[in-house]
Design a binder for this molecule. Structure first.
Ligand SMILES: Cc1cc2nc3c(=O)[nH]c(=O)nc-3n(C[C@H](O)[C@H](O)[C@H](O)COP(=O)(O)OP(=O)(O)OC[C@H]3O[C@@H](n4cnc5c(N)ncnc54)[C@H](O)[C@@H]3O)c2cc1C
Length: 432
């Protein structure tokens, strides 16, 4: 288990960390095989109707242990009062299991959506949607990406939102909408554009609450990731045809969509990174186990006794710890200065962590030979899921662009410093 002794954790956070570790290792990870076995067979339509019953048992257990909604930071009265740094350590442990996030009501995209409602929702919206989400009674989806436009630049979003009397009418096509396959998914947060708006490009979008059973909505198909359907949750294509919702479903106000996605994606991205650290640490455990398996010798030696194999294990540990420190620093910066001021730290972690996790997983797969790419062990599924994280919540290049822009802002100051240094050197030389 990862070392946290260098952090000054409160006694409560230490207790929660230990309880989370026990819950994940003793309850969630052993329950994964049951969870997957309880799902309807691949290809059957029931796959999108049946939620494995074991998840409800785990949810009840998590509530009993006080491991519920831990993600919502200290600033919200609805939350459990942890800092982002404290939650980062717990989230990392939760990320080791495919099902622990849902079992503790800390799974994406619900956490991001709950944070939006807690931060920007009015009381009525909170009562109607935040409350059942926080109780784990319903699930939600965030609908931004569209097949017809390059959605990593959200100013391209085309889905139309237009005001008609006391309603908003929404028309457009979205895809890769995570969670929309789940029968418990009852609410969509839909980002759209007010066509004809005279506002500047970042003030033309809004986010509206759309109940999933509103007439005019068709969930067209689930989109598999490298063949994995992620049922019953799924990533779906959704068609909105003249979908009418009451005007009171607008979040924050017309034209505030960018503000909302910035507020949502910051914490959401760092949660993905925390979970990815946990998943990578589990992959490294598999790697270590295989490299030291006494039953598997090649050319007279165990795997780890070949220098290059031991080297690979060490590299994974080094890279994992580097990335982990970046995530913890980003979480601490959010606590100290708020998510807006932590944007660069979050962006850097979002670029580094998935790439690191993929390398760690790839080495673990390689050490397992053909078994590594099978479904007998979870490494192939881990790898497929992790690969999406270099694209989802903003592709690497978009974060790198943001980091570069911030870095470039230092250029004038650096030039001044260098000029000053040269002047000082000249002045010192002239005195010799
Ligand atoms: C498993 C999964 C789950 C997802 N869940 C959701 C969800 O729940 N809700 C939702 O709304 N969306 C979701 N998405 C969609 C995801 O957020 C988008 O795919 C992502 O924002 C990229 O948008 P795009 O696919 O339109 O790619 P595009 O915008 O077309 O970009 C394509 C590629 O262009 C390159 N690129 C883009 N900008 C730059 C640049 N500035 N410099 C250099 N290269 C650049 C990048 O390599 C990028 O991958 C999910 C995606 C996946 C794979």
């Amino acid at each position: 288990m990862a070392n946290t002794s260098f952090l000054q954790l409160s006694p409560r956070a230490q207790r929660l960390l230990k309880t989370t570790q026990d819950f994940v290792e003793q309850e969630c990870i052993p329950a994964e095989a049951i969870y997957f076995a309880q799902m309807a067979p691949i290809g059957s339509t029931d796959r999108w109707l049946v939620v494995p019953p074991i998840i409800e048992q785990l949810k009840a257990k998590a509530k009993e242990l006080g491991l519920w909604n831990l993600f919502l930071p200290k600033i919200y009265p609805e939350g459990p009062g942890l800092t982002n740094l404290e939650y980062a350590l717990l989230c990392e442990v939760l990320g080791r299991s495919f099902i622990a996030p849902e079992a503790t009501n800390t799974a994406a995209p619900d956490t991001g959506n709950m944070e939006v409602l807690a931060k920007y929702g009015n009381q009525k919206q909170k009562d109607k949607w935040l409350k059942p989400l926080m109780e784990g009674k319903i699930r939600s989806a965030f609908c931004m990406t569209e097949p017809a436009v390059a959605s990593s630049d959200a100013t391209n979003i085309r889905t139309a939102i237009s005001r008609e009397g006391d309603s908003y009418v929404i028309t457009g096509r979205k895809w890769w909408i995570s969670g929309a396959g789940d029968p418990r998914c009852k609410i969509y947060l839909v980002m759209g554009k007010h066509h004809g708006s005279k506002e500047e490009p970042h003030r033309q979008q809004s986010v509206v609450l759309v109940p999933a059973d509103t007439p005019g909505i068709t969930v067209v198909r689930p989109l598999p990731v490298f063949g994995y359907d992620d049922a019953p949750h799924g990533h779906c294509e959704i068609l909105f045809e003249n979908v009418r919702v009451p005007a009171e479903n607008m979040i924050l106000g017309e034209g505030r969509g960018f503000e909302i996605i910035q507020g949502r994606l910051g914490p959401g991205r760092i949660h993905h990174c925390m979970r990815a650290i946990g998943m990578a640490s589990r992959a490294l455990d598999y790697h270590l186990n295989r490299a030291t398996d006494p039953a598997r010798k090649t050319f007279g030696k165990l795997l780890h006794q070949h220098g290059s194999a031991a080297h690979e294990l060490a590299l994974s540990r080094i890279e994992l710890e580097q990335a982990r420190l970046m995530v913890l620093k980003a979480a601490d910066t959010i606590d100290l200065h708020g998510p807006k001021k932590a944007m660069v730290e979050i962006a850097m972690a979002k670029v580094v962590v998935p790439t690191m996790a993929l390398k760690v997983m790839d080495r673990a797969i390689q050490a397992h030979g053909a078994a590594g790419v099978s479904n007998d062990i979870p490494l192939a599924y881990m790898y497929a899921s992790m690969r999406t994280l270099r694209i989802a919540d903003g592709p690497d290049e978009v974060h790198i662009r943001q980091i570069a822009q911030t870095e470039l802002k230092r250029a004038a100051q650096v030039k001044d410093q260098l000029k000053h240094k040269e002047e000082r050197e000249r002045s010192l030389r002239s005195r010799l």
